[in-house]
Design a protein around this ligand. Sequence first.
Ligand SMILES: Nc1nc2c(c(=O)[nH]1)N[C@H]1C(S)=C(S)[C@@H](COP(=O)(O)OP(=O)(O)OC[C@H]3O[C@@H](n4cnc5c(=O)[nH]c(N)nc54)[C@H](O)[C@@H]3O)O[C@H]1N2
Ligand SMILES: Nc1nc2c(c(=O)[nH]1)N[C@H]1C(S)=C(S)[C@@H](COP(=O)(O)OP(=O)(O)OC[C@H]3O[C@@H](n4cnc5c(=O)[nH]c(N)nc54)[C@H](O)[C@@H]3O)O[C@H]1N2
Ligand SMILES: [Mo]
Length: 764
Amino acid sequence: MSKYISTHWGTYKVNQHQDKNISLDYWEQDSSPTKFGLGLIEAATDNLRIKQPYIRKGWLKNRGPCDVERGKDIFIPMSWDEALDIAANELLKTKNKYGNSSIYAGSYGWASAGRFHHAKSQINRFFNMFGGFSSSYQSYSYAAAQTILPHIIGLDLYSTLDEHNSWNALSENCELIVMFGGMPLKNSKVSSGGVGKHITKKGMKKCLNGGTKFINISPLKNDSPQFLNSKHISIRPNTDTALMLSLAYIMIVNNSYDKDFIKKYTVGFDEFASYVLGKKNNPPCTPEWASNITNIPIKEINNLAKKLTTKKTMISMSWSLQRASRGEQPLWMGITLACMIGQIGTAGGGFGFGYSAVNSTGDTFTKVPWKSLPQGQNNIKDFIPVARITDMLEKPGESFAYDGQKLKYPEVKLVYWAGGNPFHHHQDLNRLVKAWQKPNTIIVNEIWWNAQARHADIIFPANTALERNDLMLNPRDPTIVANKKSMESFADSKTDFEIFKGLANRLGFESAFTENKNEIEWIEFLWDESKKIAKKFKINLPNFKEFWEKGFYEVPSMDTKKIMFESFRNDPEKFPLKTPSGKIEISSKTIENFKLNDCLSHPSWFEPYEWLGKINKYPLHLISNQPTHRLHGQLDNAYESRKSKIKDREPVLINLSDAHKRSIKNDDIVMLYNDRGKVLAGAILSEDVMPGVVVLSTGAWFDPNYSLNIEMHGNPNVLTNDIGTSSLGQGPTSHTTLIEIKKANSEEIAEVMIFKRRTSKENT
Ligand SMILES: Nc1nc2c(c(=O)[nH]1)N[C@H]1C(S)=C(S)[C@@H](COP(=O)(O)OP(=O)(O)OC[C@H]3O[C@@H](n4cnc5c(=O)[nH]c(N)nc54)[C@H](O)[C@@H]3O)O[C@H]1N2
Ligand SMILES: Nc1nc2c(c(=O)[nH]1)N[C@H]1C(S)=C(S)[C@@H](COP(=O)(O)OP(=O)(O)OC[C@H]3O[C@@H](n4cnc5c(=O)[nH]c(N)nc54)[C@H](O)[C@@H]3O)O[C@H]1N2
Ligand SMILES: [Mo]
């Protein structure tokens, strides 16, 4: 009987060999499987696995901060009993002395797919039962969007994503998809919570065959897959809002926008229009004005405006646009542009946010809110917008603005993380490393000796998904998979559930935490509860045993031609939006009343904190997009990702002209630097990236050489800026970064150690 494993990047067949080894194969039913996922077994069994609990030497001596900084210390192996006793004692001590709000367990991260073992659910449940914790809100993916979408279209982000026009609807009706930020096919490999069948490539091809044309507006040509034959318009990073404003300008001046749509379905257009025309103490948003900002020829802008108004057009925006300075604006402006085109609520037009960012956008099956692990209530109200972690550690007690509220940073004494890696996801890592020294104690559950483990005090070794039973039960994927355990626990590692159970035991609430259920009983419980929920959607799930034996269940597709805001378009009185006006808010009184100087009452152009329009010291714009050969930092230690490296470093794309100016050749080790830090990477010269822009994907395991003050491996977050998108959204702005690049000299090149330390005494 075959076993299967579902991951964020796809589903695989697990082959059990006679010699007890296992290997992975693609799942027959997935027509576009992900190659890098085959490396999971290699990663799960390599020497970088954390074999048993460890405690940092200096911390153990002092039971708190010591002379040796986090990240520079060595670790002492411990037994589970010792380590759990020490951690439980520390939790209790912190709670009694400083209160629960001094514990930060916001623990952002993707962890692994699987409903029961979802690390964030486990850690939330544990800390809620412990009396609460300071938490985080939002995602690094689309924080600015999460904050602004409810104000302008009255939908939360997840409902917006679920509403998207399906590929089927587009393929039969759409003439033109204008892709701001492209549709990088490699990003559609993943969906948080697990993927069964990959649908995006098929969806795109269907559109192509149906006659849809594509325009890719991006600094990077290959943000659009080659087979789409899309027209490429190079744009300076972070200037999409200016381009869109000039398109609006042309449509207003030419009277070519859809006035009926604006009148019937939107509010606040006049105020916006007077800004576009330059009547609000600002320059008019003419094509000349936008051309100076975006570096796109005026003629090109005029041509584009003509196409938008004469075709059935989908305005598609990538999530990357809003992980940038004032990231709320391009999204608000893109929606405004779609309103002016007037096709929102029709099958062939409107707006999209994240087609091809993940696999699920544009799908068509019934979204069932499956049962998840009950998490209970958090009694502590303190929270931070997720990307404000360094600010929180640096400035306890200080107040900050967020979505019209004034909030205060909690005073954090203990940090607990399970299933995420701030040394992957956070910006300005040198600043984070400093702030990370402040708490008394940092505890992590980690699988590998990555930077997250190396910068902790107490490390609990976690299982990979191969070492446990679970359900892949993702509301955003129609395939449900029985993830059967296919490998014994590596060395002395445990599931997060077992780790928290061990702590709960010492803290006196084990049976409340486990409800006296073991792993498989929990899984069966989640299934049975989900079966009840499914009934409400007229879906009849088989009983658990039958499902577990078969291994799969497929949720049926219902509405294959899903259209966003169709009912609102048909009858806006009967189906108003949940905005104050019931309509799309091109200007928002709510936001106006917040009186922010970095987000006005309507979409507007703000100069980014750093950009190519105003170069001081650093003349190149760094894009740190999602990696092709892994998920963030996950599987960086596996074959596909390691194969892509150049002399052990992450590849950086440089335009030929920029490389020639600096005498950089293919495969050179180069240094990227700015005032925030220095990073080594391997050069790839390319015409795909526009002059002035370099691309270093995110996810190379952070490998600081603290004596040289250089990151050796190519982690872009040493260079990125840690400032919120605005005081509205406070989202991360990783795509707003200027740098310089040069060929590294021999004193600057030290070995990449992060994968080699596996054999050193330090961690074995
Ligand atoms: N410069 C730059 N930075 C970015 C981005 C960018 O575009 N540019 N993108 C941002 C975005 S959109 C995101 S979503 C974040 C992603 O940031 P993260 O989600 O933090 O990145 P991952 O590498 O997926 O981290 C997951 C960690 O959990 C561990 N893990 C996996 N499964 C389990 C488990 O079951 N239990 C436990 N205990 N641990 C587990 C893995 O080993 C890994 O270290 O990064 C953000 N950072
Ligand atoms: N293979 C793989 N797929 C992934 C992930 C992964 O780690 N690996 N991560 C997943 C996650 S967590 C997320 S949130 C999504 C993110 O999905 P996105 O946010 O869409 O992804 P990015 O790769 O950051 O950006 C896409 C492209 O936008 C372009 N871009 C950047 N800034 C600008 C700009 O200012 N203007 C314009 N016009 N273009 C710009 C860049 O050239 C970049 O290649 O991807 C998901 N997909
Ligand atoms: Mo993300």
